[in-house]
Design a protein around this ligand. Structure first.
Ligand SMILES: NC(=O)c1ccc[n+]([C@@H]2O[C@H](COP(=O)([O-])OP(=O)(O)OC[C@H]3O[C@@H](n4cnc5c(N)ncnc54)[C@H](O)[C@@H]3O)[C@@H](O)[C@H]2O)c1
Length: 315
């Protein structure tokens, strides 16, 4: 298959590109390298340095590539940035998504895979783990933009016949994660603790998240090439892990003896998030394979080698 991946220089997108290439597909990447890294680019993929909000350029690229599938990972991924600068977030995450959908539909793309966020679109969900049929109720601009992107996929299906699959990730972690991202906490903590620095937990450490390893996420993207048309799927583990447990798991691997600093809770972030992945198992035949304790070791190992400059060390 010919596949175009936006955001393919980013943390998750680059793993998806690697998985597609390893499966024998022909891959092109669009990325403006705003948070993505050139070193993440797989040399076997054609690379276009371009902004997804530039609709003319997107049409030019997608018409030249004529992909069977467009996989849209490019996004402004930081919830705090979305709260501080909602217009910018909307521009990248809504206008950018519509620009990529428009280009894909014009080029006769057979399928669109849209990456959404289960952690952001459900808001403070009434049911945990949360299934897909719980009404979306985002409490951040980022979550609202992701939900809008999902709706635009359906609008394009209705108006142009282009099928889509929506993957709602929980908190993704693993090698190559950008410490400034939506769920870069494992990377931030690994960096901080490897340097012997004290990390900050916002709140009392009881906030919970569902951590899914990037290799499991890449596997879901591979399956979505063939299955799940017109479906919305949670990609998570169903396991709630507290901030305190994240700190302790990484401290154990690193051998850090100290404690974290606790600071005020921040707006826009939900208290608990955990996804029910039953639908993905039933319809896609997908299931998460990597346990958090095992996956965290891969993050520490990666950061030990790259020793990226740590972010503010926040959770
Ligand atoms: N990391 C998570 O836990 C998580 C959870 C849910 C959903 N997601 C979604 O997964 C996708 C990938 O996120 P990530 O964590 O790999 O973050 P990332 O920042 O590593 O990747 C985003 C990529 O998009 C590129 N990009 C940003 N704006 C662009 C633009 N205007 N034009 C072209 N390229 C642009 C960046 O350079 C980067 O390479 C995003 O859509 C994000 O919302 C991530």
């Amino acid at each position: 298959m010919r596949i175009l991946v936006t955001g393919g220089a980013g943390f998750i997108g680059s793993h998806v590109v690697d998985a597609y290439l390893a499966a024998g597909h022909d891959v092109a990447v669009v990325d403006n390298l705003s948070t993505g890294l050139r070193e993440n680019l797989n040399p076997a993929a054609r690379f276009y340095e371009a902004d997804v909000t530039d609709v003319d350029r997107m049409k030019e690229i997608v018409l030249a590539e004529k992909p069977d599938v467009v996989n849209h990972h490019a996004a402004q991924v930081n919830i705090r940035v979305s709260v501080a600068n909602p217009v910018f977030d909307t521009h990248v995450n809504v206008v950018g998504t519509v620009a990529v959908l428009e280009a894909a539909a014009r080029a006769g793309t057979k399928k669109f895979i849209f990456i959404s966020s289960g952690g952001a679109v459900y808001g403070e969900a009434p049911v945990l783990p949360t299934p897909e049929d719980v009404p979306a109720s985002p409490i951040s601009h980022y979550g609202a933009a992701k939900l809008a992107g999902e709706r635009y996929c359906h609008v394009y299906y209705v108006t142009t016949g282009m099928p889509y699959t929506i993957l709602r990730y929980s908190n993704v972690y693993g090698p190559r994660q950008n410490p400034d991202g939506e769920a870069g906490v494992t990377a931030i903590f690994a960096n901080k603790l490897l340097k012997g620095e004290q990390p900050v937990i916002f709140g009392d450490g009881s906030k919970t998240r569902d951590y899914v390893h990037v290799s499991d996420v890449a596997a879901a993207n591979l399956i979505a090439l063939e299955r799940g048309d017109l479906g919305v799927f949670n990609i998570g583990t169903g396991r709630r892990i507290t901030d305190q447990q994240v700190f302790e798991a990484i401290a154990r691997v690193v051998g850090y003896q100290g404690s974290p600093i606790y600071d005020d809770f921040r707006p826009g972030e939900v208290m608990h998030s955990c996804l029910d992945w039953t639908r993905a198992q039933k319809i896609l035949g997908w299931r998460p394979a990597v346990e958090f304790e095992e996956g965290v070791a891969s993050v520490v190992e990666y950061n030990r080698h790259t020793c990226k400059s740590a972010g503010p060390g926040v959770l």
